[in-house]
Design a binder for this molecule. Structure first.
Ligand SMILES: O=c1ccn([C@H]2C[C@H](O)[C@@H](COP(=O)(O)OP(=O)(O)OP(=O)(O)O)O2)c(=O)[nH]1
Length: 151
């Protein structure tokens, strides 16, 4: 499935970083880059979190969302992940797209301007109609959950 997403650069953002792009033919996510104020690197201390600007606004088509997910390499090597994973970009949002990075590693981590800090995945979404009922349909599982099948 192919979907068009329109982007706009924030005033003052470094457009030379380019739009997110898929790094391989079958990649699900396109990497988002840190677009830092004055292109100054930023130190993310152990245990701290911060909002990293991407310099981008986007228009996600109705019926879709964009999920912002961690990059596994940053997570595995440095403990850098997303505090709100996956972040959700709503189809009616037109504000600046930010990435909430958290340092769960054991060392302070320098976020460099232009670094690929997260990936965005475009996904279809359904909006449901919510209603109250007096009886839910029966299933074999019933109320079993939270480890009911064993660990
Ligand atoms: O990692 C994220 C998460 C969200 N957003 C933007 C896009 C999204 O459409 C908007 C609102 O996000 P969300 O619905 O998760 O936040 P909220 O705390 O529920 O805020 P709101 O009351 O504005 O919906 O913020 C980002 O740029 N990055």
């Amino acid at each position: 499935m192919s979907v068009d997403i329109k982007f706009q650069w924030e005033d003052g953002a470094d457009a030379d970083l380019g739009l997110p792009r898929y790094e391989t033919a079958g990649a699900a996510g396109a990497d988002l880059r840190a677009n830092l104020t004055d292109q100054q690197d930023l130190l993310l201390k152990v245990g701290c979190h911060t909002l990293i600007p991407t310099g981008l606004r986007m228009a996600v088509p109705a019926g879709f969302e964009v999920q912002i997910r961690p990059r596994s390499g940053l997570a595995l090597r440095y403990g850098i992940t997303l505090l709100n994973s996956p972040g959700t970009i709503d189809s009616d949002y037109r504000g600046p797209v930010g990435v909430i990075l958290v340092n769960l590693g054991q060392e302070d981590f320098t976020i460099m301007h232009g670094m690929r800090i997260a990936q965005m995945v475009v996904a279809p979404v359904a909006q449901a109609q919510f209603m109250v009922t007096s009886a839910l349909d029966d299933t074999a599982r019933g109320s079993g959950g939270f480890g009911s099948t064993g660990l």
